[in-house]
Write a protein that binds this ligand. Structure first.
Ligand code: AMP
Ligand code: MG
Length: 412
């Protein structure tokens, strides 16, 4: 068996980042920056008011209540025409530039407007309710680095700094197909004996879309050499990577193996992991090929350990793996000491301040509902045959459970 680390190293070493492109910001979510985002100007670009109120000299209002002469009214988007002298104020809206001479804003709630004047009821210190130029970013600062992926807030950062067509790694096109004579489409109303509905194409396409790749669906292909060969060749020509599920284990009908030898340079591995021990990797012509096992949970585990990091590398992302946290195991588990074992677990925050992990269901590699319920994989390393209740275990995070139903918020 090949140690998991070694298998991951071989996969990543064989993957090259794709070329870079510029894309409209609105279409860039999830892609990895291929240029740093450097502030060409301060953010905010000018000192501005944080409140609706009156721009004043803090010295003038120290002895509040005081009456000040109001010179003008400056809404957001306009600039003050005047500067403030002793005894004067300018009415100002949130986001409007601070007038020269003013060093603070008194919120409107602390004032009483009059004819051409205003009564300031409370004093404020210098800088109160003012957002200085460069408070967020100073011009010249690198705000986002090459390899950082564009999350929604980072899209906002790019927009604020004028990076409206950022240079990013191109979005990979990934072809997926399911293999097996027993596999039928999910729309099949009546399952014939011996048939099952295709789950893998859907877990895979969903997971791929979450990574940010474009999915090309090559459907279901039976265990028939000629068809499979043709579809794989077609997929390899159309995509930056091809992913199949099924047909890489030891079964008699596991054709993918024999076939692949003809189409490219593919290796069949027994990786020291559970689930997802059988795994095929190589090239169909020049296109990277990932042959995942057929069992649905194995698909998800192989996706996380091999495919997701490889695709992120293709995209030019810096960080390739899910976050890992430590948690407390809430039930005893027996594991295979020869393999890195990925247990499907649900997480609950404990009153002890730790995350607590419990099995999310049956741990067979066909138990899809336990995968669907899981928040994380608990990763039990090679050399460990089992863990007791209360053991610390490493958690590869898939998601954090969301909280608070409408009923909880609305009451009743
Ligand atoms: P295989 O790797 O082809 O030997 O398949 C291993 C197991 O996974 C078998 O029980 C298959 O029926 C099952 N399987 C294969 N492909 C799929 C799929 N697309 N959806 C659900 N189960 C599958
Ligand atoms: Mg099969």
């Amino acid at each position: 068996m090949k140690p998991l680390r070694e298998a991951q190293r071989e996969v990543l070493a064989a993957i090259e980042p794709l070329e870079t492109v510029t894309v409209a910001l609105i279409a860039a979510r999830g892609l990895a920056l291929a240029e740093p985002v450097v502030a060409r100007h301060d953010l905010p670009p000018f000192a501005n008011s944080a409140m609706d109120g009156y721009a004043v000299r803090s010295d003038d209002v120290a002895a509040a209540p005081v009456t000040l002469v109001v010179l003008e009214d400056v809404p957001a988007g306009k600039v003050p025409a005047k500067s403030i002298g002793r005894g004067q104020a300018i009415k100002i809206m949130t986001g409007a530039p601070m007038p020269d001479g003013a060093d603070a804003v008194v919120p409107v709630e602390q004032t009483e407007p009059g004819e051409g004047e205003v009564v300031i009821r409370a004093g404020v210190s210098a800088g109160a309710s003012v957002r200085p130029a460069g408070e967020d970013v100073i011009a010249g600062t690198t705000v986002l680095e090459v390899g950082e992926r564009l999350t929604p807030p980072r899209l906002g950062v790019c927009a604020s700094l004028g990076y409206h067509t950022p240079r990013v790694g191109r979005r990979p096109r990934v072809a997926i197909l399911s293999t097996g004579d027993e596999i039928v489409p999910p729309e099949t109303a009546m399952l014939q004996p011996g048939k099952i509905r295709d789950a893998n194409r859907f877990t895979l396409s969903g997971a791929l879309e979450e990574v940010g790749v474009e999915v090309l669906d090559f459907g279901i292909v039976g265990d028939e050499a000629a068809t499979l060969r043709a579809r794989l060749a077609e997929a390899a020509a159309a995509a930056d990577a091809v992913v199949s599920s099924g047909g890489v284990s030891m079964g008699e009908y596991d054709l993918v193996k024999h076939l692949l030898a003809e189409l490219g340079s593919i290796e069949f591995w027994k990786v020291a992991m559970k689930p997802a021990k059988p795994f095929a990797f190589g090239r169909l012509g020049g296109t990277p090929f990932f042959g995942l096992p057929g069992n649905p949970v194995s698909v998800a585990v192989a996706f996380e350990q091999f495919l997701r990091p490889a695709l992120l590398r293709m995209m030019g992302a810096g960080q390739l793996f899910r976050p890992r946290l430590w948690g407390v195991l809430d039930e005893p588990v027996m594991t295979d000491p020869e393999k890195t074992v990925f247990l499907r677990v649900t997480l609950t925050p404990g009153s002890d301040g730790h995350l607590h992990a419990g099995l999310s269901g049956g741990q067979g590699s066909n138990i899809l509902t336990a995968l669907a319920a899981a928040d994380a994989f608990a990763v039990v390393p090679v050399g460990i045959a089992g863990l007791d209740v209360g053991a610390m275990v490493e958690l590869e995070m898939l998601q954090m459970p969301e909280t608070r139903t409408a009923v909880e918020v609305l009451g009743g």
